[in-house]
Write a protein that binds this ligand. Structure first.
Ligand code: ADP
Ligand code: MG
Length: 417
């Protein structure tokens, strides 16, 4: 049993943080105890620290399976800065660089090793791991193992066989996205044994949620942005590449520095615009959902949805990019009737097999738009979490209750047109 004071000292010493975020300390303890762990924490909740701190406090190598080279690089760079020896192995390395890293691993020079799941089945790799002596296997973005999640990666199925090869090594799974079904699937697929399960609250108390009915239009958006403090930065999500361009032009013309961001842009231009936003050189990014994954800008003060989000889950993740510093931030969805018909057309353009699910998700998010109840309660309820209060006091419906009307009938009418 590690003393709480010792853990906090280590936290301060290695990461420079004065205190743990909710759930972090309990997870760190279970990891240190050598238990299998399943942890569900929202984006920005601080999952990395839950395995990085144990990695510096114990012997042996912590092997982290991660889905993207870019994510691995960010993490290894951050650990470098903190003075924690870490490295990654991936297929894009020059031979000399690879050699250097492998030599370091042979010498036991690293505390953490990041790998893509593909590496686990390369000939000889498991023998290497055996020689290097692994303390635990961490599966980051663990929902990728489940077909029921939104980001299934078949390569993640290569993780489970490691279990047979290293029966005594604990496995820890981390994710921000998991419905009950995905949660059970992750536990089963990884063969977790009596895991310590941690489900942090998904509540983001500093975010205010609003659905602005009938306010759709660039003029309204400009007017709304002008009510915000001048140096507030934010993201405006739009449903199409064309709309991101149109919005960025209109905002710039109105004197609000804005750029467009979508997957159709040249990668160099994309990273330039992303950098500009992170450095506060540009106030607003008008983006498709291609923007956001893995972006750690803590002072995003607002997230606007200018078109209908694809799903309630997507909406939660996108709004979740606001206010990661814990200070108040606004999530405003500009909603008008016509948007639903347009969103329906997008659904109709999908391959037939995807249509029923896409339609169900659209119906769900439209029902949310028309709901009179507490938004926070509804969002959290969607993730299976019961908000302890009837009213949060920080969403449009709690702040300015509208006259009630039969939203269900209205929404159904819209969806059948
Ligand atoms: P997640 O993987 O859960 O989305 P990260 O591990 O990337 O989150 O952490 C998000 C941000 O929170 C990072 O900038 C990280 O440095 C910061 N952070 C993590 N734990 C703490 C803490 N205890 N105190 C302050 N900041 C923290
Ligand atoms: Mg993470």
């Amino acid at each position: 049993m590690v003393e709480a004071a010792t853990l906090r000292e280590a936290l301060e010493r290695w990461f420079g943080f004065p205190s743990f975020r909710p759930s972090q300390e309990a997870i760190v303890r279970d990891v240190l105890d050598g238990r299998d762990v399943f942890a569900l924490l929202p984006t920005g909740g601080g999952k990395s620290l839950c395995y990085q701190l144990p990695a510096v406090l114990t012997d042996g190598l912590t092997v982290v399976v991660s889905p993207l080279i870019a994510l691995m690089k960010d993490q290894v760079d951050a650990l470098d800065t903190a003075g924690i020896p870490a490295t990654s192995l991936n297929s894009s390395l020059e031979y000399s660089d690879l050699r250097r890293r492998l030599d370091g691993l042979e010498r036991g020079a690293y505390r953490l090793l990041y790998v893509a799941p593909e590496r686990l089945t390369l000939p000889g790799f498991v023998d290497d791991l055996e020689r290097w002596g692994i303390a635990r296997v961490v599966v980051d973005e663990a929902h990728c193992i489940s077909e029921w999640g939104h980001d299934f990666r078949p390569e993640y199925r290569r993780i489970a066989p490691l279990r047979d090869r290293f029966p005594d090594v604990p496995f820890c799974a981390f994710t921000a996205t998991a419905t009950a079904r995905v949660r059970d699937d992750v536990v089963a697929q990884l063969g977790l044994r009596r895991p310590a399960v941690h489900v942090a609250s998904f509540d983001r108390p500093n975010l205010t949620y609003r659905v602005m009915h009938g306010t759709r239009g660039i003029d309204e958006l400009v007017r709304w942005l002008r009510t915000r403090p001048d140096d507030d930065a934010g993201i405006v999500y739009a449903g199409s590449r064309a709309n991101t361009e149109k919005l960025a032009d209109a905002l710039s013309a109105a004197g609000i520095p804005a750029v467009a961001y979508h997957a159709g842009l040249d990668p160099a231009l994309r990273s330039k615009r992303q950098e500009a936003f992170i450095r506060d050189d540009v106030r607003v990014v008008c983006a498709t959902i291609a923007f956001g994954m893995g972006i750690d800008k803590s002072n995003v003060r607002f997230v606007v949805h200018y078109d209908v989000p694809r799903s309630l889950e997507g909406y939660y993740q996108e709004t979740g990019r606001a206010g990661r510093d814990g200070l108040p931030a606004e999530c405003a969805w500009f909603f008008a009737y016509g948007d639903v018909a347009r969103a329906e057309r997008f659904v109709d353009e999908k391959p037939e097999s995807e249509r029923p699910a896409a339609r169900a998700q659209l119906e769900r998010i439209v029902r949310y738009a028309y709901s009179n109840g507490c938004r926070r309660r509804e969002l959290l309820g969607y993730f299976g979490e019961e908000y302890p209060l009837e009213r949060c006091g920080a969403c449009d419906n709690c702040l300015q209750p509208r006259a009630s009307f039969d939203a269900t009938v209205d929404a159904q009418k819209l969806l059948s047109c």
